[in-house]
Design a protein around this ligand. Structure first.
Ligand SMILES: NC(=O)c1ccc[n+]([C@@H]2O[C@H](COP(=O)([O-])OP(=O)(O)OC[C@H]3O[C@@H](n4cnc5c(N)ncnc54)[C@H](OP(=O)(O)O)[C@@H]3O)[C@@H](O)[C@H]2O)c1
Length: 293
């Protein structure tokens, strides 16, 4: 019932921009995902698009492995002489049922959302910054687009450097996304003068594989959700609709960076996201940590 879906969801579209000659990297482009929809449109608009997944047809990149991130960047910089736009889209939101009592840790001992959505993404970004800066020097502009979430509102600055006393996977997801909003502000402040603009955005509530993965451990809930999928699809954006704010941030000419977007518009982020002291400390500590990942 596409007509009912169109009545129920608000889905503004990003205007088409000619991207001929530009190189764009989109992380997390598994079939049916936001990254997949984003990459397809960017390619349709003329960009040379490089895509990543953990396993599959595109270039392998696992953000929870420092080695994988370094290997990917070596491959990318050895094969591409420019990077106009980095779209940090890959991410996880696990344990949607909220049943984890303890954090699930990666092989190197970090909470899984923090490691994937923040640390791995920041490692990738810092390693690719020279390519972005070189491109901006030649063309006048490069961009970093961070796909975060309105759930960054669940993040708390007081827990940025000391974990919350009680674990909640939803809060951990929010914390990782709040950290990415802070990082967006810092990236903008540090690199805007050199021509690199940074954006953070909420894509909307979108029907992708994220909920399937998030409910993987809950067989009954997953089965119910599969039965109700046609109803869920009515209310949620499609991946193509959800990709529009990313596309706008990646391509709209003269779009000022350092801001948070939703539904293709600048939107206020959480109050916590305005705390520049936390952003500054996080930036400094992240810069120290990245070479050790
Ligand atoms: N869908 C929504 O309603 C919604 C709302 C707000 C924000 N977001 C954000 O939008 C982004 C895209 O989500 P989506 O809905 O398209 O989810 P998705 O369909 O699950 O896609 C996420 C992508 O990230 C990749 N990924 C996961 N863990 C990774 C890792 N360790 N290293 C590298 N890549 C990894 C996934 O690869 P695999 O296939 O290998 O797992 C997949 O390609 C995420 O950052 C998410 O937090 C989504």
């Amino acid at each position: 019932m596409p007509w009912l879906h169109d009545k129920l969801v608000h889905a503004p579209r990003a205007p088409r921009v000619d991207l001929t000659g530009k190189t764009v990297l989109v992380t997390g482009t598994t079939a049916g995902s936001l990254g997949d929809a984003t990459a397809r449109t960017l390619a349709d608009w003329g960009a040379d698009v490089v895509t990543t997944t953990r396993s599959g047809g595109s270039h392998p990149l696992d953000l929870t492995s420092g080695e994988s991130v370094r290997a990917f960047v070596d491959w990318f910089t050895g094969n591409h002489d420019r990077l106009d736009v980095l779209v940090n889209n890959a991410g996880v939101h696990l344990d949607l049922a909220g049943s984890w009592k303890e954090p699930h840790l990666t092989a190197d001992g970090h909470e899984i959302h923090w490691r994937t959505n923040y640390l791995g993404t920041m490692q990738l970004t810092h390693l690719l910054l020279p390519a972005l800066l070189r491109t901006a020097e030649v063309t006048g502009e490069a961009r970093i687009v961070n796909v975060v979430s309105k759930l960054h509102t669940r993040g708390r600055n007081e827990h940025m450097f000391n974990p919350a006393p009680t674990y909640s996977s939803w809060n951990a997801y929010g914390q990782s996304k709040l950290a990415m909003v802070h990082a967006t502000h810092e990236l903008q402040d540090h690199h805007r003068a050199a021509g690199v603009r940074s954006y953070a955005l909420h894509p909307g509530s979108v029907y992708t594989g994220i909920a399937t993965k998030g409910l993987e451990e809950k067989k009954l809930l997953s089965a119910v959700r599969r039965r109700l999928a046609p109803i869920e699809r009515l209310f949620l954006l499609t991946a193509d609709e959800g990709a529009q704010t990313t596309l706008m941030c990646a391509t709209e000419p003269d779009l000022e960076g350092g801001r948070y977007f939703a539904a293709c518009k600048v939107t206020p982020g959480s109050n916590e996201a305005e705390d520049r002291d936390t952003a500054g400390r996080l930036w400094k500590e992240t810069l120290e940590l990245v070479p050790r990942l």
